[in-house]
Write a protein that binds this ligand. Structure first.
Ligand SMILES: *Cc1c(COP(=O)(O)O)cnc(C)c1O
Length: 356
């Protein structure tokens, strides 16, 4: 039986996406070859990547000022690649220090230039989103993480700034409509909300990429990837195909408005349940709670292993909190059905009655 998959990433994919991907492993579009066997410069794959790019732009409502790239190396490589392209040792970039992923991005930027911390929530273990930013005028860009996957906080609106805005959207990409055109660069590892591991989506404003002055090795150079249309070297063909199937699924289900509606419904049920059960506690500021990853704790920590065990016995996976945070984390990405959240909430109520 299919498990209730609350994994934080790689995570649940829509069932039709898995079925179509499996079929393409045997025979891609009836051409007599597996998707794993076709060249990345064939008309077959060009059609895949061009449709995927078009769907990204359609869902984000972006015009031709933007280019969509499918790159290697995960979101973590973007932590390095962004400052490698846009920061020199004399430059400064502004970063929001709101969680473990943002902190890693800050460390990487330090290899290339100066980092100005625009805001930090470190004082309270990254349990809230600081909204008052200090932004130096000469900063090259402002970097934020729109959803803090580990800590369970989320920016519910993008910050106002005149600086080029760079956003790590790895864990809430395509979960809701956003003013994507306020960003100069958006990136996301695909394995949370838009596909399988192995490809990273980068959406970049073309004129910003064209402004890169410093010498950058071609494989790390955004402008070179734009010129090569994401085919500078062999791209992750299968992962891009799975992303395409996921993008098609999002569109067919009703697009980002529908994804947001479902996310709100799932998160409302989950948070309502944990708030109403005295065995749980949460330190995340309510107004900053993530609709994607709910992070909370057992008041009596001794009950945690028993609760996690009960989840496992009932076919629920991925409920254990991140290793440095502990507690419980329930991830509710686009593909997670409401029924899974309902099942979790019923189990939580049952457990609370037994141990309350
Ligand atoms: C998972 C995650 C990352 C790291 O992604 P990789 O693809 O493993 O490099 C970075 N940022 C955020 C917000 C994430 O959730």
């Amino acid at each position: 039986m299919k498990k209730h998959n609350f994994n934080s990433g790689p995570s649940i994919l829509p069932a039709p996406v898995i079925e179509q991907a499996a079929a393409a492993l045997h025979d891609f579009n009836g051409i007599g070859l597996s998707i794993l066997e076709i060249g990345h410069r064939t008309e077959w794959f060009i059609a895949v990547i061009e449709e995927a790019k078009a769907l990204v732009k359609q869902l984000m409502q972006l015009n031709d000022d933007y280019e969509v790239l499918f790159l290697h190396g995960g979101a973590t490589t973007q932590f390095m690649q962004i400052p490698m392209n846009f920061l020199t040792p004399n430059d400064t970039a502004a970063y929001c220090d709101n969680g473990i992923w943002g902190s890693k991005a800050i460390q990487e930027a330090g290899f290339f230039g100066n980092v100005h911390i625009a805001a930090s929530s470190k004082d309270k273990n990254h349990t809230y989103i600081p909204k008052n930013l200090s932004l130096p005028n000469n900063a090259k860009y402002l970097h934020i993480t729109t959803n803090n996957t580990v800590e369970g906080t989320q920016w519910h609106s993008l910050p106002e700034t005149n600086l080029p805005l760079v956003a790590d959207m790895s864990s809430d990409i395509f979960s809701k409509p956003m003013p994507f055109n306020h960003c100069s660069l958006i990136y996301a590892g695909a394995q949370k909300n838009m596909g399988a591991a192995g490809v990273t989506l980068v959406v970049i404003k073309k004129d910003w990429a064209a402004s890169i002055q410093k010498p950058v090795p071609p494989i790390m150079h955004y402008q070179k990837h734009i010129e090569a249309k994401s085919l500078l070297n062999t791209p992750p063909v299968f992962a891009i195909y799975v992303a395409l199937l996921t993008l098609r699924w999002i569109v067919a289900e009703g697009g980002l408005t529908e994804m947001e509606k479902r996310s709100k419904q799932k998160a409302a049920l989950l948070y309502h349940t944990i708030d109403s059960l005295p065995i749980f506690t949460s330190y995340v500021a309510k107004e900053d709670r993530s609709l994607m990853n709910a992070v909370f704790f057992m008041k009596d920590e001794n009950l945690l292993s028993s609760f996690l065990q009960t989840c496992t016995e009932n076919g629920m996976v991925g409920v254990k909190g991140y290793r440095t945070v502990g507690g419980i984390r329930v991830s509710m990405y686009n593909a997670l059905p409401l029924e899974s959240v309902q099942a979790f909430c019923e189990l939580a109520q049952y457990f609370a009655q037994k141990h309350g």
